[in-house]
Design a protein around this ligand. Structure first.
Ligand code: SF4
Length: 324
């Protein structure tokens, strides 16, 4: 079956699931499920240390997303061991792992130092590859060449924080890079045959729901293998919290029902070739300044989204129009 249509119960991505889901993609490509293990390898970020900016992105508090075993004082190997133990208790199916360099900007350093850190992770017998979270302005030819070399024998995904397709928003949230820089980083990565991922946030200040919806068309044209979408969460102690408390009407904080409706329509417009890894984010409740959704777990949320797709008899890419 081709394009965004549907024949019998299988979609163009080869499964009966109504969206192109990351676990299915992995299973199809590598023959097994893999669990990501978060690692804090002690990097910092050019948007915090003054190289690009100070104070970081207005919503940023990395502690909200780092699992407890993830501390830069521990070696990468130890974090992997502890991560495997942590996940074994919860997800018995995974036997292989991807080391997820998650905290801060994980390409921010000299290539020799980067190579040492990535290789330490890859030397672990249960680790099949690395996922590198970074900023679009934090890669260059040398770093991409290094990752291309590593990708010849290992799984490598570079996951860029892009957050918005609009420069007015990137400026306002103090990202310190433009959307054009994000596109260039994706193109340079994809040209080298390295899998590209990207992260986007819905609900950033100053963006209308219509502008957010229009991002489906823009994202659909990017050389992206996978995407993660998050609803905006206001994290305690961030500059964005102050901005929100001073001017809440400038933010589009979705209720769960609003977000469900939004994300279904968004997915209908998204290129069916792009694999969706996440629909929502989930900072621990203690970090949240604004509690809106109650305590829905990720698997419950995915179930509710799948039920809604079924109820509406719709699917990823149903209304996607490929640009000529
Ligand atoms: S680029 Fe990432 S780590 Fe750096 S300030 Fe922004 S969100 Fe935080």
């Amino acid at each position: 079956m081709k394009g965004s249509g549907k024949i019998s119960s299988v979609y163009s991505w080869g499964t009966g699931r109504r969206y192109n889901a990351f676990p299915d993609y992995f299973l199809g490509k590598f023959g097994e499920r893999m669990q990501k293990l978060s690692i804090d390898a002690g990097f910092t970020c050019p948007n915090r240390d003054g190289t690009k900016g100070k104070g970081g992105c207005t919503y940023c508090n990395n502690k909200a997303f780092n699992p407890s075993y993830c501390l830069p004082e521990k070696s990468i190997t130890r974090q992997i061991e502890e991560g495997i133990e942590f996940h074994r208790k919860r997800y018995r199916k995974a036997r292989s792992y991807l080391a997820y360099f998650q905290a801060y900007s994980n390409t921010y350093g000299p290539p020799d130092e980067l190579a040492l850190k990535y290789n330490e992770a890859l030397e672990h017998t249960d680790v099949r590859g690395i996922v590198i979270g970074t900023r679009p302005d934090c890669v260059n030819d040398q770093i991409l060449d290094l990752l291309q070399e590593i990708s010849r024998k290992n799984i490598v995904i570079i996951e860029y924080g892009i957050e918005s397709c609009y420069d007015k928003t990137l400026n306002r949230i103090n990202r310190g890079h433009t959307f054009r820089e994000a596109v260039e980083a994706l193109e340079a990565t994809s040209r080298r045959g390295i899998d590209t991922g990207a992260h986007f946030i819905f609900g950033l200040p100053g963006e209308t729901p219509e502008e957010m919806m229009n991002e489906a068309e823009i994202i659909s044209t990017l050389p992206l293998k996978s995407v993660k979408f998050h609803q905006l969460q206001i994290i305690k102690g961030t500059r964005m919290e102050i901005e929100y408390l001073n001017n809440p009407s400038d933010f589009c904080i979705f209720s769960w029902e609003e977000y469900l409706s939004f994300i279904i329509r968004f997915i209908e417009r998204l290129n069916p070739e792009i694999v969706v890894e996440r629909f929502t984010g989930e900072a621990p409740p203690g970090f949240l300044s604004v509690q809106r959704w109650g305590l829905k777990r990720t698997d419950q949320i995915i179930g509710l989204i799948e039920d809604k797709l079924e109820e509406l008899d719709t699917w990823q890419g149903k209304h996607y129009k490929k640009r000529k």
